[in-house]
Design a protein around this ligand. Sequence first.
Ligand SMILES: O=C(O)CCC(=O)C(=O)O
Ligand SMILES: [Fe+2]
Length: 416
Amino acid sequence: MEAKEDESDSSFTSVTSLTLKGPKNIPQQYVLPSFQRSNHSLLNHISTEFPIIDLSMLNHPAHMPKLINEVGAAYKKLGFFQVSIRMHLQHWSRWNKLSTTIFDKEGVTFTNKYSRGNLCPALLSGKNFVINMSCSPNQTHAQVINHGIPSWVIKDAMDSAEEFFRLPSDKKMCFASTDVHAPVRFGTSMNHVIDKVLFWRDFIKHYANPISEWIHLWPSDPPSYREKMGSYAKAVNTLQKQLMEVIMESLGLNADYLHDDIEEGSQVMAVNCYPACPEPDLALGMPPHTDYGTLTILNQSQQGLQIMDQDKKWHVVPFVQGALIVQLGDQFEVLSNGRYKSIRHRAILDTHKQRLSIASIHSMPMEKKVGPAPELIDEQHPIAYKEGSFSGFLDHISVKSVSEDTYLDALKIHEA
Ligand SMILES: O=C(O)CCC(=O)C(=O)O
Ligand SMILES: [Fe+2]
């Protein structure tokens, strides 16, 4: 490996620096044992139906039961869905052939506003975003409705992430920290101090809710970072709160269950950069893991996220311009007493292109102890988890790698 970038405890060589000279091979520290590699050759065999939820149903009280059922079914099946699209294609492989254009269609108004939720500002102002998708070669055409976050907000956030990772090393290293509780943290791999094999990933993580408490700590370089990432963080948090209401209802709980905790909940933005990798079959961007927290809302710049199904098979999540991926985390598995399972996922690498992702990881407030909802404990479903907290999770990962001896395993009383 190249020389470290400074001599303090938090020093490391970022993957971005490592790849500046265009190496032909990856350093040995990144080479995974063969059983942990991604096996790219399997990627073409994708045939599972991919749950897509149309959030415009939030606007129509009559459609709410359907939305609640769809969300419930998606989470029971996979712990995962993608929002924004009103189209169900049978096979993921066909998604790869989609070409997408997005345009802002002002004046699409929904007069029957969903009475209980606070709709996203874009929806409330009557603006909506229509995505026209055509599926070549047959040019199958469908019109789909977005989740309410304007496409430029999503793009601006991605652009500011890209600019940040392009900065000279010293501008990023000033945020380097080995303290997993630090409110802003630049790092590499998962936890480079304890990882046995390194992962091909650099990241900056920062807290985001309430935004006024944290934003002044975020990078001020690039100059638009705070504004662009801040707008995205706020919009995603609003979306998260709407989704939580729907998911609570899908569990048979009140839509406003734990409302105040959700309002004051923690939001960690994990902004990830996976530089192009000369030997993507030997390494991973992120190892298989589940996110702690209730929901993660993820925005990817290109394909590279994989999720594991119940048969332990990996599936690539197709890239859909402007779509957001919603993943269920461990805290929701605990809260639901195992009715819903958190989704196992990992990030694979590309030989030619750098990939970026922005994961907004939401959870109940940092110190809040979360156990199974009493309403979801009965004779058929005895209590299956002990209480845990986000802070407890952070303590756990400061000494244990996220892919082994997980915090969730430590909370399990028995298999739900
Ligand atoms: O980059 C991705 O697609 C995955 C990111 C992720 O899993 C995380 O930040 O926890
Ligand atoms: Fe994750």
